[in-house]
Design a protein around this ligand. Sequence first.
Ligand code: AHM
Ligand code: MG
Length: 334
Amino acid sequence: MKPISLTRYLIEEQHAGRINADLRLLIEVVARACKSISIAIGKGALGGVLGDAGTGNIQGEAQKKLDVLSNDILLEANAWGGHLAGLASEEMDHSQPIPDAARRGNYLLLFDPLDGSSNIDVNISVGTIFSVLRCPDGVTTPGDEHFLQPGTTQVCAGYTTYGPSTMLVLTVGHGTHVFTLDREVGTFMMTRRDVQVPADTKEFAVNMSNQRFWEPPMQRYVADLLKGKEGPRGKDFNMRWVASMVADVHRIITRGGIFSYPLDEKCREKGGKLRLMYEANPMAFIIEQAGGAASTGRQRMLEVQPTGLHQRVPVFLGSRNEVAEAVRYHEQFD
Ligand code: AHM
Ligand code: MG
């Protein structure tokens, strides 16, 4: 059977009453922007897009040319679409309201325009992550505070992975679906409907070089994973770490696993390494909709009440029984 296009899927969701026309069109705009980013990334060195931009972002991180370019593409595409009241980006200090009333809609869009930037120059998969919230009733000029809604209020989340093929993984709260970009036609086609993350796994993803900085529960958890069949977990575990969250999460969406970026001594003051609003919450929504789980180790991710637009959190997500194990170690050894 021929796969259906993203456009057809969204129209069917609208007819089923699960999304409205505005959200459908907003997702189309984001998907179109991701296609442009995919083309820019695909050109690589020939497009002059590799290397540093020579600027820094709000997080004090050096920006790559593609960080800036991807941010500009998403801003340009969405600022005038008519479906948004405001947008916020990992690369911008503050959110931006849509100034023109005639072009203003009811949604708030948050994005990490290019996740895994350290991998750009070495031709390893990177991605875009996005999340859609409702603008609170009666607010016409949203400020940062209006974006500070827990992940449970997301109406849509998705990511695009720019790898050997470009894929869009999307949820509007009714399952998680995978679309692959047909480069010749320029259309995202659904290649997996209702993906299910296996409940159990023998694969974990973590940056092991941080081990000495971890807290006791994480030390115990990973030490037991590494003991293999003879240890308390009774099975041999494999490890993978791409250092692009999108690529690591996409592997987990495809074949299960647990992804973790725990608290460590280096990121303790900031609360973690990964960003709640642009990375952890959208991925948590996508993973939960695929039957997986997502936690900070101490709380369900989607229930964290945000306190800042660029807030960071520890992250454990993936196969639900394995995430439950990681949480159990936190309860036991805290
Ligand atoms: P970025 O948004 O600046 O690219 O940073 C987030 C990335 C994640 O994609 C990835 O999981 C993590 O940082 C890798 O961190 P590390 O280099 O410490 O392993
Ligand atoms: Mg990122």
